[in-house]
Design a protein around this ligand. Structure first.
Ligand code: DAH
Length: 337
């Protein structure tokens, strides 16, 4: 019997060394050390031994068993490490392989819009989103532009139905806001607007940002103060702001606002068409009629409003010569920002 157990131990050691995977090794272990494995089978023969021989044999079998256990565990670890290594090697990802994949970013128009909104929000302005399909009332009538008003000619409007149109200006949001919120008011409303215009500096779809401040004692000085900060923030510290008298039905008095050209610093260049100034927006003191129409007493409150084209600001900041470049989404163009 001793011979047999030694032979079994030898065979088992040979198979342990020959196993090439953890699974194979496990099968060997079950066959030799399992409950009904070869060693257990052999132990059944103990019955035939004398009482003196039994403990001696039992000791030998236990020693063999623990030696084999030890071998299984050493070989098991070896095979485990080998398999893990092979798995890692086969699943290795070459992180340099995709280095030419383009990473997306904000469209220059949206990036500028975000900066503009952030600027006004940092000064406590509320942000309002108005509808793009608007009524004649909010887009024109409530803003003191009645049906037969010549100012309508300046905004060649897309009409959808009787009294329904694609808004031609974000000024419509002013009225919607004042209907809901009473002074003190500080709001901006950025968004898409539509006009039947199409050339190098005009697109049928473009973007405006409307601003409105209404409170007791608001004057033109407040307007100038805010626009001065705005101009310096976006076009540089040395930028000057100039007001020119103008006309809008919803403001009285009205102004057009120019900033000194940041390219030539006022000397005159191609960008500013030799004038040293670039027109950026329309503004003024909110017309008493508009305040009254929105349920705000013009004897108690005054306000200023302004509106500018976001596309125009983006074009000035980035020296983009043609508004259509912002809409064609040619990646060669977009990559530059
Ligand atoms: N809505 C005007 C336009 O589209 C711009 C404008 C001018 C807005 C004066 C204003 C303003 O709020 O007070 O041309």
């Amino acid at each position: 019997m001793e011979e047999q157990i030694k032979q079994l131990a030898e065979d088992c050691s040979g198979e342990i060394a020959a196993a090439t995977s953890e699974n194979e090794l496990y099968a060997v272990k079950v066959r030799y050390l399992g409950k009904s494995g070869l060693i257990s089978e052999l132990m059944k023969g103990m019955r035939n031994l004398t009482p003196e021989e039994r403990p001696i044999m039992g000791k030998i079998v236990n020693e063999v068993r623990s030696k084999l256990e030890e071998r299984f565990s050493v070989r098991g670890k070896e095979l485990h490490d080998k398999e893990l290594e092979a798995k890692l090697a086969s699943e290795k990802i070459d992180i340099t392989i995709n280095k030419k994949t383009a990473v997306g970013k904000l469209h220059p128009l949206n990036a500028v819009r975000k900066r503009l909104v952030d600027f006004f929000v940092s000064m406590g302005f509320d942000v309002m989103d108005g509808p793009e399909v608007e009524t004649d009332y909010y887009n024109f009538e409530a803003l003191n532009v009645p049906k037969d008003h010549p100012a309508r000619d300046m905004q060649d409007t897309f009409f959808i139905d009787d009294g329904i149109l694609l808004r031609s200006q974000t000024s419509a949001s002013q009225v919607r806001y004042m209907e809901k919120v009473k002074p003190p008011i500080k709001m901006i409303s950025p968004g898409r607007v539509f006009r039947n215009d199409d050339d190098a500096t005009h697109s049928p779809v473009f973007h405006q940002l409307e601003g409105l401040v209404v409170d007791k004692g608001i004057t033109m000085c407040d307007l100038k103060g805010i626009l001065d900060l705005f101009a310096k923030h976006f076009f540089g510290e040395e930028t000057n702001v100039r007001f020119r008298p103008s006309y809008f039905p919803f403001t009285e008095p009205s102004v057009e606002v120019d900033v000194s050209c940041s390219i030539c610093h006022g000397k005159g260049c191609k960008i500013c068409k030799g004038t040293g100034w670039i027109e950026i927006l329309g503004a003024g003191i909110v017309n008493r009629k508009v305040l009254r129409e929105c349920g705000i007493d013009p004897d108690e409150y005054t306000g200023f409003a302004f509106g500018f084209g976001i596309d125009r600001i983006a074009n000035i900041i980035h020296s983009i010569p043609h508004i259509k470049l912002l809409y064609e989404n040619d990646v060669r163009f977009l990559k530059q920002f």
